[in-house]
Design a protein around this ligand. Structure first.
Ligand SMILES: Cc1cc2nc3c(=O)[nH]c(=O)nc-3n(C[C@H](O)[C@H](O)[C@H](O)COP(=O)(O)OP(=O)(O)OC[C@H]3O[C@@H](n4cnc5c(N)ncnc54)[C@H](O)[C@@H]3O)c2cc1C
Length: 413
């Protein structure tokens, strides 16, 4: 068992861990990033950052790295509302920071950012796994992480241990955080296609509330497209997952509105995997020298595509606090309070959307029949979660306006 000492030990070299480690190492902190995988593979993960997340990427200094690595700028969000009916949002023209979406192949993004962290001076252990945590106590003020690597065990101490180890975080479990979970309302299945016959300048969004289904197509560059099918949990006889179900997956996408001919010359170039569409989160994600960021702190329902943006927000807020305050315990508490606020805001709006678009039954059908036509006339009834993210209004007045319970008829009704 070897020993070592760092200012900060980060579990996970994903978007959250690598971005955080890069800046802290660049600022002179002795930084260790521990990443389980030796080679990043397609895990069917987030590949589209919303404009508000792109603003975070820019302020964290990683936007140019992603662009240099071939990330794909997507200026339009195109919604298909029925045969021949579309609306096309010009994101740079209509978002507060005049910003497009940024899409990429997730494993390439991880490789680029982890290499950048190493180039900034972070020590990176690959094929290494955090397997145990002793949180700081009143006497030592340091936490201990136990790491398995090359068949041996290493104990390292740190002023701060960061769990950036994703939705099934080991650090979170080992440090004793309590995880809250929403009921599994939706199922999200996704696969990567090459040669899909869809324009590459837009995210293609096919909401089908009548069926409780949605398809989404994110171009990630070079004629590759991450394609998702979202349905209500229990609606299909079994989750569409595994390559044997690709034909079924394509048929489901076509059923919710994707032109079936888009698939004529397409081939799947990665796994087909399905995930629960539900949030899991920790309230106040800091305790005794252990802080959580990204999916470990709050994995937002993938159907809303906000996880990458939220992860970048976490990293930016935590960094701002750590770099401004020598007292890292106080800094991490300040981050955790702020996290509760902005994650809570986003979670509320996602919940309204899920209720409106996916709930089944007579009441839900009547509500959709009342509310959706109002959105067509007054789109600003829907909080702008792509442009503003958690800063979109999410208070009671916004909720009433969203569900058209504010007593105000649409302006031009
Ligand atoms: C199906 C699906 C679709 C999604 N689509 C979108 C989307 O379109 N847009 C969007 O914004 N978000 C999307 N997301 C969410 C997005 O992928 C996540 O929010 C984001 O990847 C979180 O980044 P992270 O760095 O916190 O964690 P991760 O990306 O999960 O990275 C964690 C890293 O930690 C490593 N690790 C895990 N355990 C250990 C350990 N014990 N020791 C050491 N290393 C460890 C892992 O190997 C991994 O590299 C989607 C998620 C899913 C599941």
């Amino acid at each position: 068992m070897t020993q070592g000492s760092y200012d900060i030990v980060i579990a996970g070299g994903g978007l959250g861990g690598a971005t955080l480690g890069r800046t802290l190492a660049g600022a002179g902190a002795r930084t260790l990033i521990v990443e389980r995988e030796t080679t990043f593979r397609d895990r069917v993960r987030g590949e589209g950052i919303f404009p508000w997340g792109v603003v975070e990427a820019r302020s964290l200094g990683v936007l140019h790295l992603l662009l240099d690595d071939g990330a794909h700028v997507v200026p339009f969000w195109k919604r298909y509302l029925g045969p021949g009916v579309t609306d096309c949002r010009d994101l740079p023209a209509t978002t507060p920071a005049h910003t497009a979406c940024l899409n990429f192949y997730h494993p390439a993004m991880q490789r680029t950012l982890l290499d950048a962290a190493q180039a900034s001076g972070a020590t990176v252990w690959r094929g290494a796994e955090i397997v145990g945590i002793d949180p700081a106590d009143e006497v030592s003020h340091t936490s201990v992480a136990e790491i398995r690597m090359d068949g041996g065990y290493h104990r390292v101490t740190a002023r701060l241990v960061v769990g950036a180890d994703g939705r099934r975080s080991t650090v979170r479990r080992m440090a004793g955080f309590t995880v809250q979970r929403d009921p599994e309302r939706l199922i999200v299945a996704g696969a990567l296609y090459e040669g899909l016959d869809a324009p590459e300048d837009a995210v293609h969004h096919f909401p089908c509330p009548a069926l409780g289904q949605t398809s989404l197509i994110y171009p990630v560059g070079r004629q590759r497209f991450r394609t998702y099918f979202v349905s209500c949990a229990g609606q299909l006889a079994h989750p569409v997952s595994g390559s044997a179900h690709l034909a079924e997956f394509q048929a489901a996408c076509a059923n919710s509105g994707v032109p079936h001919e888009w698939f004529d010359h397409a081939r799947a170039v990665g796994p087909l995997a399905a995930y629960p569409g539900a949030d899991s989160w920790v309230e106040h994600p800091y305790d005794r020298g252990v802080v959580l960021v990204g999916d470990a702190a709050a994995a937002s329902d993938p159907s809303w595509g906000a996880g990458l943006s939220l992860t970048l927000r976490d990293v930016r807020v935590l960094l701002d606090r750590l770099l401004a305050n020598e007292d890292w315990d106080a800094a991490a508490h300040a981050y955790a309070f702020e996290h509760d606020r902005y994650y809570g805001a986003l979670h509320r709006v996602h919940d309204w959307l899920a209720q409106l678009l996916y709930e089944r039954g007579k009441f839900a059908d009547e509500r959709r029949a009342r509310v959706l036509p109002c959105f067509a006339m007054e789109p600003d009834r829907v909080p702008d979660i792509r442009g503003l993210g958690p800063e979109a209004p999410s208070d009671e007045a916004a909720r009433r306006r969203f569900f058209v319970e504010d007593g105000l008829l649409p302006r031009d009704a």
